[in-house]
Structures are given as structure tokens and as C-alpha cells.
Design a protein around this ligand. Structure first.
Ligand code: SAM
Ligand code: DTB
Ligand code: SF4
Length: 336
């Protein structure tokens, strides 16, 4: 029942979404237990190493030049300043340090500093993850040689809905970068956002894209849209509160990710700050086993350590420790 398959059809995934809620969560919990310890949650910390001024027009993002969100554009942070923040994350018990840059793609002149950052963070003993936008095959190789463990690049939604949210790049551009990352031997982190006004069919299409990749992403972040004033989607949802996703539908999406990608880490990502503890508990039951800790995501607020340690105590959860099995599996894909 929990074999790893890449041949999921949209109809099969739609059937999962349509299941009675209790049965869906039960099935996801069974798959979860067959592949992971259900009480252990991976802790990841985010840092925006280059904020704002991004030329892309992603309708959800506070960092787009098109958004009137008040986010100030900055240059790439100094290597030492990033390492200082990584040390703090490590002291706070984080396992993975995820660094994001508001770029369409890194310029070749940025790469030496990025390589130094990857090497430095890794030497501290943290897992490294970067999200820098589109990569060329040679940039992916450079990151792999620097020792980057994970690259985050989200497909965000279904192919059909994607083009309603972003016009400056295509879904295929996203898939191409994921392919370059995979071929370079870097673990893949790819997920998306729910609650952008998409239909259930789009959520089915979103999970379908990830579950039918040649190899499942090792990490699958499921974000709930953080509506930011001054962004296209933030303003749209402000006017149409009914479009907001309800918790039950969000949990269904997490469960579908868990069932279709049994060995992946499924991250309950952005949007936790406005989610009740009960809704988060349902997500953990449905197979989410990773979160972002700390009081800030990239630009938006996050739940914060005190709230999270109280929640862990109440739910009997503990931070995941030690090597994640997926990491040992990192390897170069043979060239075709
Ligand atoms: N510029 C790079 C890119 O787009 O790949 C990296 C940074 S970008 C902010 C990383 C991801 O954050 C996006 O792909 C999107 O899925 C997520 N994200 C951005 N704004 C969000 C929001 N307001 N709510 C939820 N998720 C968001
Ligand atoms: C992901 O899927 N979620 C993170 C990470 N990958 C880079 C980013 C969430 C961003 C939330 C909005 C903000 O902080 O601006
Ligand atoms: Fe730029 Fe990434 Fe934000 Fe899109 S999501 S505007 S690419 S920072």
C-alpha cells in the first residue's frame, strides 16, 4: 500500500481528495508510519539572504518589484553575517538551514559568495538548502561541488493555474531547473502553495506534477498562502474572503502528498502562524513531518519558538535528530 510509484494518475489523486476525511487521514497516517517515525518532526530555519526587488511577477510574493508590500530591497548578505545566523539556528536545535534569494536566477558573479556560504554552513554541521530561482546546469554543478544538500524550487500549483499567477516564466522553466538540480546530484525540495484561489482540480494537478517526477522530491513543502497586502493575491483574497482555503482542504492536500510520496519529508511550511494548533495537529496526523521554526519566514511572520515548543510538548512531538535516510541516498544521476 505504500510502495513508491511515479505512475499516479490525476483520477487516482482526485479519488484520494474525495475520500471521507477520516479515512483519508487514516490512510495517510498508515503510509506515514511505514516510512517515518510519526512523532519526529524535522526543524528547518529560513533566512532571506537577498531580499526584495525581484523582477518576477509571482502574484503571491511580497518581494516582487510589482508588489506594493513595503518590503525593502537589499543586496546579498555578507558571508560572515549569514554564518552568524546559521550558528544561531543551530543553537536553537535546527537541522537544516534554508537560504532564499529574491532572484529570477543567480548571476555568475554571485556564485563565488554563494559557494562560500554553502561551504561555511555545511562545515558547522547543518544541512544546507538554497532557493535562488532558475539555475543553469553549470550553476547546479557548482552548487553540488560546494556540497549543497538541497535545492528548493517550487512548482507552486497545477500547470493550468500556474500561468494565472506568474507570467514572467513558464511551468516548464520550473521543471527544467528541477531536472538540472537532480542531474547534479543535489536533493530536490519542491512543493507549492494552496489557498491562492485555485480549485481542487488544481490541487490535484499540483500533487500530480510532484508525484510523477522521475524521482519524488526528497522534501515537499506545502505552503498555505500568506496573504500580503500590496500583492495581487493578497489584495484579491482581502476582497473575497470566501476564496480562502479551509483547514480541512489543506489537510487533505497534505494527506495526498504523504500518500503519493511516501518516503518524502512533507513540510507544513508557510501559513502556520494563522493556523490553529488543532489544524496543525491534523496535518501531523496526515503525514506532515517537517516545519520551519523561528519567528520569521523570508519576509512574513512565523509561529515562533515558544509557541512551537509548547505545541510539541502538548502533542508529544520531538525534533527529528540524526541523519535523515534521504541524505545518504544523495547521488549523481547518470547522464542519459
Ligand atoms: N526566488 C526564488 C523562487 O521563486 O524560486 C526563491 C524564493 S521564493 C520566495 C520561494 C517560495 O516561497 C516560492 O516558490 C513560493 O512557493 C513561496 N512563497 C512566496 N511567497 C509566499 C506567500 N506569500 N505565501 C506562501 N508561500 C509563499
Ligand atoms: C517554501 O516552500 N516556503 C518557504 C521556502 N520554500 C523558501 C518560503 C515561504 C515564504 C513565505 C512568505 C514570506 O516569508 O515572504
Ligand atoms: Fe521573485 Fe521568488 Fe518572489 Fe517570485 S517567489 S517574486 S521569483 S522572490
Amino acid at each position: 500500500m505504500s510502495e513508491i510509484r511515479q505512475d499516479w494518475t490525476r483520477a487516482e489523486i482526485a479519488e484520494l481528495f474525495d475520500m471521507p476525511f477520516g479515512q483519508l487521514v487514516f490512510r495517510a497516517a498508515e503510509v506515514h508510519r511505514a516510512h517515518h517515525s510519526p512523532d519526529e518532526i524535522q526543524l528547518c530555519t529560513l533566512l532571506s539572504i537577498k531580499t526584495g526587488g525581484c523582477p518576477e511577477d509571482c502574484g503571491y510574493c511580497s518581494q516582487s518589484v510589482e508588489a506594493d508590500s513595503g518590503v525593502e530591497a537589499t543586496k546579498l548578505m555578507d558571508v560572515q553575517a549569514v554564518l552568524q545566523r546559521a550558528a544561531q539556528a543551530m543553537d536553537a536545535g535546527s537541522q537544516r538551514f534554508c537560504m532564499g534569494a529574491a532572484w529570477r536566477n543567480p548571476k555568475d558573479r554571485d556564485m563565488p559568495a554563494i559557494v562560500q556560504i554553502v561551504k561555511g554552513v555545511r562545515e558547522m554541521g547543518l544541512e544546507t538548502c538554497m532557493t535562488l530561482g532558475m539555475l543553469t546546469p553549470s550553476q547546479a554543478e557548482m552548487l553540488a561541488e560546494a556540497g549543497l544538500d538541497y535545492y528548493n524550487h517550487n512548482v507552486d500549483s497545477s500547470p493550468e493555474y500556474y500561468e494565472r499567477v506568474i507570467s514572467t516564466r513558464s511551468y516548464q522553466d520550473r521543471l527544467d531547473t528541477l531536472d538540472h538540480v537532480r542531474r547534479a546530484g543535489i536533493n530536490v525540495c519542491s512543493g507549492g502553495i494552496v489557498g491562492m484561489g485555485e480549485t481542487r482540480e488544481d490541487r490535484v494537478g499540483f500533487i500530480h506534477t510532484l508525484a510523477t517526477l522521475p524521482k519524488h522530491p526528497e522534501s515537499v513543502p506545502v505552503n498555505a498562502l500568506v496573504p500580503v497586502k500590496g500583492t495581487v493575491l493578497g489584495d484579491m483574497l482581502d476582497d473575497t474572503p470566501l476564496a480562502k482555503i479551509d483547514d480541512i482542504e489543506f489537510v487533505r492536500t497534505v494527506a495526498a502528498a504523504r500518500i503519493t510520496m511516501p518516503a518524502s519529508m512533507v513540510r507544513l511550511s508557510a501559513g502556520r502562524e494563522s493556523m490553529s494548533e488543532a489544524a496543525q495537529a491534523l496535518c501531523f496526523m496526515a503525514g506532515a513531518n517537517s516545519i520551519f521554526t523561528g519567528d520569521k519566514l523570508l519576509t512574513a511572520p512565523n509561529a515562533g519558538e515558544d509557541a512551537d515548543s509548547e505545541m510539541f510538548a502538548r502533542l508529544g512531538l520531538k525534533p527529528l535528530s540524526g541523519e535523515e535516510p534521504m541524505r545518504a541516498a544523495a547521488r549523481r544521476e547518470p547522464a542519459e
